[in-house]
Design a protein around this ligand. Structure first.
Ligand code: ADP
Ligand code: MG
Length: 688
């Protein structure tokens, strides 16, 4: 059936006939009128008209204007989900997927996981028969292409948050452009909070005229339409610091306290960089408010916001502040454009975010706390003007903003390791990767480096084609290729049960509870510490957890995050199922930790490091690029400093720190990757 353009009233009635038991009809009406007050509502008819008549529609609108929550509903109301078809909406972030799906289910009065569902890696909350609107990460949609290359079950795919230019978003855009040539009836919506619409439109403009297919709708325009939704943000007054701050956590805390003391009611949103910073700031502010006795006559609720929060913690952030209380939300840049918080009047912007950086010369990728762009700074400030005129406090100087901050960020594609990207494209049958039509071309060096690593992993053959079976198996596992290779290697080494457990633990943020006193946590870790390193330590924790009958009390006593362990169990089960499907045997090595370390080496040989001869402060050098690195203080091998180690990831603060480290025997490296290490001497040069 052809989608029908419904008028607004009809669309409204369609969904509000069966209230869920939890909402009163009063709450219902108010949700409905809230929907109609959103800026996109005025454009409902235009949006539906453009989507019907154009292959690609680009929609630009201020954060909070209703793009994510309303457009999928309009599409459904207009019939785009009829006949078993599905409307997809992608997000770069997992937490955003979960949160907007929950919001939409609430607005539509349906149970999450039925008509409205979501899928993120390791978590599928959809129903194959009932789900009509599906939120998913762009990464998950890429994976779906492996089974269904034309994404045939979707009628409309809305690629949301396109301005973020995440790695997966860019690959997805490149592939969707190809799919559209084969499936002209597929509609794309590209939604963005900032105007980079022109370059997007150019990217999707099909210059090569394709001969008309028989029966094809010739009114469908291939040139993208651009629609700009007028926002209604209020004025935001900007404040800068006058002197640079040395400790921006401390500066954040005092800024929040002074807003709380001096400014009228209204919630505060603070942008910091990561979980560690955020947890510390939450504690510091909560304590200051209690101890020093704030001058303010009303109280404060301080809440963190980052991915990996439990459901109930997320709900707290989104629920309205109780009467007489000021809510302070301390967030990563997820609140910059992906999520809308109501009631924010004050924004504190640290000027930093965690960003991925990759150096193809050293082949090192890590998360770095780096300055944000002007575009981000403006977005952050904009969050203060949603409900009434607001104020934004920037923890940097005006001169810095004007003269030094870059105007836009660099697309993630150009600052990432491309190993996963290459393997995904290969798995989709795209052989000429250098000639792929990218929205932003990656660097040739990065491409060559990734081909080299994939060749050494045994994933690509001499002709740069996926090997069989290893290459296909690695592509099939929903994990980083190095982790996938570790699992595949564990088959022959007969330790797949343990390696899968380790892979599951490495896939969750952290299994330890974050506490302020590092000492207790360190003592708790000692109970499980293994001399081989963190991977084996994780295995000990897992075994202890099983022995305790998966008890939450046991977790609490040992400073272990019970929710994380439950997640580990789930992920582990899913990985076991995929492994079995790939024909890997599930075997336990019991207590042979050597084979286990060999399996880790088989995947992560490229991350091998050697302790510097005569190093007294634990300096290591990477074998590949001779970069100086150190064992992270959170590792059980911190201060132990074995001669040869392999790390799982790097974090950089004042130095490059290796996180999750295991000791190895250097002879395993050549065994695991002869091509990779044949040119380098593995023994330290002798000093005279
Ligand atoms: P956009 O995608 O354009 O940034 P959204 O569709 O996410 O906008 O949000 C539209 C409006 O819906 C917001 O302004 C807010 O009023 C409301 N909203 C969205 N998510 C939530 C939520 N989790 N809780 C309460 N209100 C929400
Ligand atoms: Mg949105």
């Amino acid at each position: 059936a052809k989608p029908r353009l419904l008028d607004d009233e009809e669309g409204g009635v369609l969904f509000y006939t069966a209230p869920s038991s939890s909402s009163s009809s009063f709450g219902y009406a108010s949700l409905e009128s809230q929907r109609q007050r959103l800026p996109v509502f005025k454009y409902r008819t235009s949006i539906l008209y453009l989507v019907e008549t154009h292959s690609t529609t680009i929609i630009v609108g201020e954060t909070g204007s209703g793009k994510t929550t309303q457009i999928p509903q309009y599409l459904k109301e207009a019939g785009w989900a009829d006949g078993g078809r599905i409307i997809a909406c992608t997000q770069p972030r997992r937490l955003a997927v979960q949160s907007v799906a929950a919001r939409l289910a609430e607005e539509m009065g349906v149970k999450l996981g039925e008509e409205v569902g979501y899928t993120i890696r390791f978590e599928d909350v959809t129903n194959s028969e009932l789900t009509r609107i599906k939120f998913l990460t762009d990464g998950v949609l890429l994976r779906e292409m492996m089974d269904d290359p034309l994404l045939s079950k979707y009628s409309v795919i809305m690629v949301d948050e396109a301005h973020e230019r995440s790695l997966s978003t860019d690959i997805l855009l490149g592939l969707l452009k190809k799919i559209q040539r084969r499936r002209p009836e597929l509609r794309l919506i590209i939604a963005s909070a900032t105007i980079e619409a022109k370059s997007m439109a150019e990217f999707f403009h099909n210059r090569k005229r394709r001969p008309q297919l028989e029966g094809e709708d010739n009114r469908l325009q291939t040139e993208p339409a651009i629609l700009s939704v007028e926002g209604r943000g209020y004025n935001v007054q900007i404040f800068y610091i006058e002197e640079p701050v040395s400790d921006y956590l401390q500066a954040t805390v005092s800024t929040v306290m002074s807003i709380h003391d001096k400014e009228p009611m209204g919630d505060i949103l603070v942008f910091l960089t990561g979980q560690d910073d955020i947890d510390t700031a939450v504690q510091m502010i909560t304590e200051q408010a209690q101890n020093s006795g704030s001058k303010s006559s009303f109280g404060m609720i301080v809440l963190p916001l980052y991915s990996g929060l439990t459901r109930s913690d997320q709900d707290l952030v989104f629920s309205p502040s109780p009467r007489g209380k000021r809510k302070v939300v301390i967030s990563t840049n997820i609140a910059e454009t992906s999520l809308t918080l109501e009631g924010i009047v004050y924004v504190v912007d640290s000027g930093f975010s965690k960003q991925r950086f990759y150096n193809p010369i050293t082949d090192i990728e890590n998360l770095v706390v780096a300055p944000i762009s002007k575009a981000s700074a403006r977005q952050r400030a904009g969050r203060a003007g949603r409900v009434r005129p607001g104020k934004c406090y920037r923890l940097y100087m005006e001169d810095y903003f004007v003269n030094e901050m870059s105007s836009h960020g660099i697309p993630e594609m150009q600052r990432s390791n491309l190993v996963s990207t290459v393997i995904q494209l290969k798995a989709l049958g795209i052989d000429n990767i250098l000639g792929f039509d990218w929205p932003a071309s990656p660097s040739a060096e990065a491409m060559v480096r990734s081909l080299e690593v994939l060749y050494s992993l045994g994933v690509l053959d001499d002709d740069a084609k996926l090997t069989s079976p290893v290459g296909f198996q690695v592509a099939e596992l929903p994990l980083d290729p190095m982790v996938s290779k570790m699992i595949i290697a564990s088959d022959k080494l007969e330790c797949s049960e343990e390696i899968i457990t380790i892979a599951a633990i490495l896939s969750v943020q952290s299994i330890w509870i974050s506490v302020k006193g590092q000492r207790e946590l360190d003592e708790a870790k000692l109970r499980f510490a293994a001399s081989e390193g963190d991977h084996v330590t994780f295995l000990n924790v897992y075994r202890g957890f099983l022995q305790s009958n998966k008890s939450s009390k046991w977790c609490h006593k040992n400073f272990i995050n019970y929710h994380a362990m439950k997640k580990v169990m789930e992920v582990r089960e899913q990985l076991r199922r995929v492994a079995q499907r790939l024909g890997l045997a599930l075997k336990s090595c019991q207590n042979d930790m050597q084979v286990l370390r060999k399996a880790v080496t088989a995947g992560f040989f490229a991350n091998a490091c050697r302790l510097e001869a005569y190093s007294h402060n634990g300096t290591y050098k990477t074998l590949r690029g001779s970069q100086e690195v150190y064992i992270h203080p959170s590792s059980v091998l911190f201060r132990v400093n074995p001669k040869w180690v392999i790390y799982h990831s790097l974090v950089s603060t004042d130095r490059q720190y290796m996180r999750n480290v295991i000791s190895i025997d250097p002879s395993w490296l050549r065994e695991a990757a002869p091509h990779f290490y044949n040119k380098q001497p593995l023994n330290p040069p002798t000093h005279h």
